[in-house]
Design a protein around this ligand. Structure first.
Ligand code: TYD
Length: 211
């Protein structure tokens, strides 16, 4: 089963993926967690190119292609083999991020992006996408307050950009509501976790009884 996590920057995806992974492992599932951009040696190299604050000249199309190059690599090298081995794959961002950020945020053509994503993924789609829902202002505040100083080129956008991204996510959810679980991420992290477990549980494959 392939589960992706989406949401504004600062919505708590990373924390929640780890909590869910621990929960699923305790229940006996074999879980692989990964993230985009990155998750492979080649993808991590592309991530460095994308995040580098010095790369102020990066063209929007180059950025889109780099995200999708990293995606093609992680799908082929990590995600498809893990799914074929029966693992539950939890991925921090996937193709919906390209539609929300490059499509709605940077206003690139959605139909062209969809063709590019289909090429990069070979048509792989998540079984479930968890959307951590917080107002973009809160996400920005949380992100800028991070103690790790993890500020990068992709964080340097204005509020109106994040508002377009949020609008984009809402449209994507409205187009395929059965694929998405929208979770109120302004709650305490334990409540967010419980809501995620409730959304994921019914979709999990049944476990074989232990021998
Ligand atoms: P990251 O440091 O992983 O942060 P976050 O916790 O917000 O996921 O940064 C990823 C950034 O890349 C984030 O701002 C969203 C952006 N992004 C895109 O613009 N397009 C994409 O296709 C992907 C996967 C990410």
């Amino acid at each position: 089963m392939f589960v992706t996590f989406e949401g504004s920057d600062g919505s708590g995806k990373t924390t929640q993926i780890h909590l869910l992974a621990d929960h699923l492992r305790t229940a006996g599932h074999t879980v692989l967690t990964t993230r985009e951009p990155g998750g492979t040696r080649i993808g991590d190299g592309i991530r460095q190119l994308l995040l580098d604050l010095a790369h102020t000249e990066m063209h929007a199309r180059a950025e889109t292609l780099l995200f999708n190059a990293a995606r093609a690599q992680i799908v082929a090298e990590v995600i498809r083999p893990a799914l074929a081995a029966g693992k539950t794959v939890l991925c921090d961002r996937f193709a919906d991020s390209t539609l929300a950020y490059q499509g709605y945020g940077h206003q690139q053509d959605i139909a062209e992006l969809q063709r590019l994503i289909a090429y990069a993924t070979g048509g792989l789609q998540p079984d479930l996408t968890v959307y951590l829902d917080i107002p973009p202002e809160d996400g920005i505040r949380r992100n800028r307050g991070r103690a790790d100083g993890d500020w990068n080129r992709l964080d340097a956008q204005e509020l109106s950009f994040y508002q377009r991204v949020e609008t984009g996510y809402r449209q994507l959810i409205a187009q395929q509501p059965q694929r998405w679980a929208v979770i109120n991420a302004t709650q305490h992290r334990d409540h967010v976790h419980q809501d995620i477990v409730r959304a994921v549980q019914p979709k999990l494959p049944a476990l074989a009884p232990s021998p």
